[in-house]
Design a protein around this ligand. Sequence first.
Ligand SMILES: NC(=O)c1ccc[n+]([C@@H]2O[C@H](COP(=O)([O-])OP(=O)(O)OC[C@H]3O[C@@H](n4cnc5c(N)ncnc54)[C@H](O)[C@@H]3O)[C@@H](O)[C@H]2O)c1
Length: 388
Amino acid sequence: MRTGVWLVGARGSVATTSIVGGLALRAGLAGPTGCVTELPELRGPALPSFADLVFGGHDLATTPLYKRAEALADAGVVPGRLVAALPDELTAVEQELRPAPVGATQADRAAAVVRDLTSFRERHGLDRVVVVNVSATEPTPRPHPGHADPDALRAALTGPDEVLPPSSLYAYAALLAGCPYVDFTPSTGLRLPALAALAEQQRLPYAGHDGKTGETLVKSVLAPMFAMRNLAVRSWSGMNLLGGGDGATLADPAANAAKVQSKQRVLGETLGYVPQGNTRIEYVEELGDFKTAWDLITFAGFLGTGMRMEFTWHGCDSALAAPLVLDLARLTAAAHAAGHVGPLAELGFFFKDPLGAPTHSLAEQWARLTDFTRQLHAGRDGGHDHAG
Ligand SMILES: NC(=O)c1ccc[n+]([C@@H]2O[C@H](COP(=O)([O-])OP(=O)(O)OC[C@H]3O[C@@H](n4cnc5c(N)ncnc54)[C@H](O)[C@@H]3O)[C@@H](O)[C@H]2O)c1
């Protein structure tokens, strides 16, 4: 199953690490540590192989991919020997990267993206192209009447207004081009009624939001533990320090607010109440792609006895995120091939703010994911409609 992986934000840290990793796996130069789809519970014939994946994408930036990969190697995010071993492969991907679209109206820009996606699919004889948003986090957009339904949206996009934020404009174009869409970021993406309706009309699946790679991953394991032991969490405060492009973007208060909201949701929804405390994110340039999170949890046990727990997480963000981007591309391609339409709640395991999934518990999400994948492999599930 030849599958295009079209990365929006293709020259960013997560995208470049995904590309280097995908090429290294294809060449047999690296093992699949961190790729969930290579676990025995998920591996199987319904998923495209690493050799089946063809990369392309859009970015505002123009830094050559090879230079971005070398910078990540210098920073210790990817092994330098892999970047040095893949010059031809990285050049081939470079040829599939396109500048962010230009045009007088958003309708013109969407049409340019559709042309890029369609010609990518045709040039490589791909069965399908999964569009994955890994571009910079955006602030939440202002409401617009065009967000309500596909006809209102189509009309509004031909006017002078900035109706959609970039993540949603790419999602709109992906749907028009017949491509499933995955949002690895907390941006709006496909989360607008007009776009959800369009996905149904186009019979396409989509998944999101915001990859769960660090502090929130740990929270989604610990919070159910407190709930199951009937311990009362009184406060949960987290401090995240990070550098890199993502950290620089999150220095902007509006983008920061979108991310913090996404990180806090797991507590309220798992515990059934919101304990005191906040999650904070601070940009420390020196840390680059390596993130430190400190969490302090205070809780009460039997007869109100107070206790506390602290944890520290030191993660390399892009190395944690990239294998999940490959997993999501493979799983979403398989879901599309099986005829799934609408939000893929079964992929909630991968996200901080899972679309259509009622549970934030990692264990429950894992059970749903393995069940779903088993059905995909068994081919028993041909064409089950998730919409509505
Ligand atoms: N690394 C993780 O663990 C993790 C986890 C969850 C979510 N994310 C999200 O993934 C995204 C990428 O993170 P990163 O560390 O790679 O950031 P980054 O800043 O290194 O890369 C973002 C890229 O997006 C490009 N971009 C910005 N606006 C664009 C537009 N309109 N069109 C096309 N390209 C555009 C930028 O030029 C840049 O190359 C962020 O939104 C981040 O919040 C990352």
